[in-house]
Write a protein that binds this ligand. Structure first.
Ligand SMILES: Nc1nc2c(c(=O)[nH]1)N[C@H]1C(S)=C(S)[C@@H](COP(=O)(O)OP(=O)(O)OC[C@H]3O[C@@H](n4cnc5c(=O)[nH]c(N)nc54)[C@H](O)[C@@H]3O)O[C@H]1N2
Ligand SMILES: Nc1nc2c(c(=O)[nH]1)N[C@H]1C(S)=C(S)[C@@H](COP(=O)(O)OP(=O)(O)OC[C@H]3O[C@@H](n4cnc5c(=O)[nH]c(N)nc54)[C@H](O)[C@@H]3O)O[C@H]1N2
Ligand code: SF4
Ligand SMILES: [Mo]
Length: 741
């Protein structure tokens, strides 16, 4: 057996091979072993020799094959014509796209072109390295991405506390004795802002060494199910809980910042701020008793090492940024930041931080609603109104790259309508999805198995320092383009009068590609030989180790690793603490948390066999009964007269969906849960299997006006909804109907 790059055009010689690579579908970076026979995949298994994932994979790994072989996957550019989609040459497609974008910018101004970068860009080395070239060429302020329906609060917290938006610490799961998880479900998601393959065994190991796993979640999630303790929390109230936890730390004199005392400034400034938030005061709102809150703190402080971690459920809610800030404060005041078994920073082999923007707040504002941007991007909740509202600066054309915002961002119906009104849309995507069905031109990049890979972002957010480079498995068809090539080609064509220097630059980048940049990053990184080209880690060295290399457990990084000017963490930041006034008004003055009569709070959920909006075209991953159901607690179901499997109508300010009810005490009373990523019932997409398993889009219910006001991040959790009862139906794969308004 040998590692081979198979040429799919060459079928004359019978070839068998084992290919090792990193799965690019989620953040866990599992090593896979792909066996091939005559250029066909015969099996995908976990790579036991991968030092990070140790043979673990999840059911999605097989989708790498399904995606590659999917007859619905686009391989050549297509253009919309009056008689339907037509294949066109790359040259024609790139020229037409650039001409159209140029003429729209000339006619209406630079901001008339909007961009949306979706999540898979972060799993794509070339897109990560050259996506910015296209953005620079467009020079529009109307840049959007999936960040503002996801991890935006983490960037803001890291930017202000540690001086760099990407300097985000991760839980040292392999050494912790006490893992407090708020609003994350790693057993289903395989970890986020915590790349952690084989998380189940890593969590079990905590328990085996007599440690504890504690989960705070409005749903008894798969992770809560295996934890030592689970506390239901009312959606959107985590900031209150954390204020009370900090209150207990001060009140019971449990501050123990240890070495962080010298790294922080104004360490005790939070004491008066949290003083009003006693456990007794927040208990009735959060749903966690005062005694339980005190116990949470006492156990956390008593553990030899401990870490408090919060993810999607804490970030994508009304007080998401304040919550993430308070989580960091809790870790710092209890001495858990930068300590083994606590919240730690990584030492990645290819460190992108020195080369990327540290972040900036509020430098740009959205035209219609005046929402503040972060790091040069605007909140995606403002995208539809920027297209629909006439006036100077209105978006007339969109560039979508690896995203599906109609299904993934709030008030998807409104955005769907907005997209239909554009003068021009181009999408860089190998599927025709619910969003880019409005495109005029689709430019499909090669499949994940036809490109090389190094995880620039997720090695930076991993629970262990490792490095791995993957060769492409298959050779793409002649003329096919990588995402990075499409970005560079468009960027160059957008220059109306390229200088000789521009042309040389472009040709150089096209010739060198991502590999040269990766090599440079590795050589100049923590394990590289710097100017000595013969020493240290390089791409050539990594290529010799197809299973990846282990660079050891996480190591302390403070204070030298900080990006703040004075190498200190300022604990007294009014940017965050001022938001407590909004919290106070919301929960205590206006009592806005008290349910409007009959309304319940909607939260999301993830399933191990889905991945956002785009793995539902794999038969293996969607077969079986529909997973797109509305979970509801028996007491609420009974009060509303809902039977299990019955189709109900769920309505919010923005729309309604008809969906089958799943009655379960997994949920906290007063809360319902619907997974996102479904709703493949729109005409004109290219997903034949997904269409048959359509489900409904929960983002027809989420609200573009319901935000974390501090960051502009969408509040997709805790959305008030009303349920009305329709006809009884048997739950099957068609039990979830098309969206109705
Ligand atoms: N209600 C609710 N909504 C949510 C969430 C939630 O929890 N609840 N989660 C949010 C989160 S965390 C995220 S990250 C977003 C994701 O939102 P998006 O990024 O908008 O959506 P995805 O489904 O990740 O995008 C998939 C598209 O990328 C394409 N694609 C895949 N790989 C590649 C590639 O290598 N190159 C190119 N060019 N295209 C590729 C696929 O074909 C597909 O069309 O959804 C958010 N939406
Ligand atoms: N299988 C699979 N894996 C994935 C993805 C996928 O779609 N499918 N998506 C990937 C992406 S893009 C991301 S960002 C990550 C996300 O990774 P995670 O954050 O681990 O994923 P979620 O399952 O969304 O977990 C959020 C949890 O928060 C809870 N929750 C909701 N509201 C609240 C609240 O107000 N407070 C608290 N404390 N909890 C709350 C939910 O019940 C849920 O259990 O997963 C990644 N991995
Ligand atoms: S856990 Fe994530 S990286 Fe690992 S096999 Fe599954 S999808 Fe791929
Ligand atoms: Mo995400």
């Amino acid at each position: 057996m040998k590692t081979t790059i198979n040429n799919s055009n060459d079928t004359k010689t019978s070839q068998q091979g084992s290919h090792y690579r990193t799965c690019t579908l989620c953040e866990a970076m599992c090593g896979v072993e792909i066996k091939t026979q005559d250029n066909k995949i015969v099996s995908i298994k976990g790579d036991k020799q991968d030092p990070f994932s140790r043979g673990h994979i999840c059911p999605k790994a097989t989708a790498l094959q399904d995606l590659h072989e999917d007859p619905d996957r686009l391989k050549r550019p297509i253009e919309r014509t009056p008689s339907g989609w037509k294949e066109i040459s790359w040259e024609e497609a790139l020229n037409k796209t650039a001409d159209k974008l140029n003429s729209i910018q000339k006619k209406y101004g630079r901001d008339a072109v909007g961009t949306y970068l979706g999540n898979p860009n972060v799993h794509n080395m070339g897109a990560m390295l050259f996506g910015k070239d296209l953005l620079h060429a467009l020079r529009t302020k109307n840049k959007f991405s999936a960040t503002s329906v996801d991890q935006l609060p983490h960037h803001i917290v890291s930017h202000l506390l540690f001086g760099h938006q990407l300097m985000i610490p991760v839980p040292d799961i392999d050494r912790t004795d006490h893992f407090l998880i708020m609003g994350g479900n790693p057993i289903a998601s395989n970890g986020s802002i915590m790349s952690v393959p084989d998380v189940r065994n890593r969590l079990k190991a905590i328990k085996k060494r007599s440690g504890k796993v504690i989960v705070i979640d409005p749903r008894r999630s798969e992770t809560a199910e295996m934890a030592d303790q689970h506390h239901f929390i009312r959606p959107g109230t985590d900031a209150l809980l954390l204020l009370a936890m900090l209150n207990v730390v001060f009140d019971e004199k449990r501050c123990s910042p240890g070495k962080l005392k010298n790294t922080t400034e104004h360490l005790y400034s939070l004491q008066p701020v949290v003083a009003p938030y006693t456990p007794e005061r927040v208990a009735p709102i959060t749903g966690i008793s005062a005694e339980d809150i005190r116990q949470l703190v006492r156990e956390f402080c008593a553990a030899d090492n401990a870490v408090c971690y919060g993810r999607m459920g804490c970030s994508v809610q009304q007080f998401g940024t304040l919550t993430q800030y308070l989580i960091m404060m809790f870790n710092i005041i209890t001495g858990r930041l930068d300590s083994p078994g606590g919240m730690m920073f990584t030492h990645p082999a290819a460190d992108i931080l020195p080369k990327s923007g540290k972040g900036h707040i509020g430098r740009i504002k959205s035209r219609v609603r005046g929402l503040s941007g972060f790091g040069g991007e605007l909140p995606v909740s403002a995208l539809a109104e920027e297209i629909l509202t006439e006036g100077e600066g209105q978006i007339k054309a969109m560039v979508l790259a690896a995203g599906n915002p109609v299904l993934s961002t709030p008030n998807g119906m409104q955005l769907d309508n907005a997209f239909s009104k554009l003068e021009f849309m181009v999408a860089i995507d190998f599927y025709c999805n619910e969003s880019n069905r409005h495109a005029d031109i689709i430019l499909p990049p090669v499949s994940a198995l036809e490109r090389d890979h190094y995880d620039l972002i997720f090695h930076t957010l991993a629970v262990r320092n490792t490095a791995k480079y993957s060769e492409p498995l298959f050779k793409p068809e002649t003329g096919a383009k990588h995402d990075w090539q499409i970005f560079l080609e468009l960027a160059h064509r957008l220059k109306s009068k390229p200088t000789v220097k521009d042309t040389i630059n472009h040709k150089l980048k096209m010739a060198l590609g991502p590999q040269a940049l990766l090599d440079l990053l590795l050589r100049t990184g923590a394990y590289g030989g710097g100017l000595n080209l013969l020493k240290g880690l390089s791409l050539a060295e990594l290529k010799k180790k197809p299973h990846g290399i282990d660079l050891g457990p996480l190591r302390p990084k403070l204070p030298n690793g900080l990006y703040t000017r004075d190498k200190k963490i300022n604990m007294s930041l009014s940017f965050f603490t001022d938001d407590i006034k909004r919290l106070e008004r919301h929960f205590f003055d206006n009592k806005q948390h008290l349910n409007v009569k009959g309304s319940l709070l909607l939260i999301g959920r993830r399933h191990v066999r889905s991945n956002n909006t785009w793995l539902h075209n794999s038969h293996r991953l969607v077969k079986g009964k529909s997973r797109c159901t509305m979970m509801i607690h028996p007491t609420n179901a009974e009060a509303l007269g809902i039977k299990d499997n019955q189709t109900v109508k769920v309505t919010s300010r923005t729309g309604s969906v008809n969906i089958a009810a799943e009655i379960t005490d997994e949920l906290m009373p007063g809360v319902i849960s619907i997974p996102h990523g479904w709703g493949h019932n729109k005409e004109g997409t290219g997903w034949k299997i997904a269409e048959k398993n359509a489900g409904v889009s929960v983002n027809d219910l989420t609200d573009e006006l319901f935000l974390d006001d501090l960051s502009g991040n969408a509040a997709l959790n805790g959305v008030p909804v009303i349920i009305s009862v329709g006809k009884r139906r048997k739950r099957n794969r068609r039990a979830t109907d098309a969206t109705t308004r």
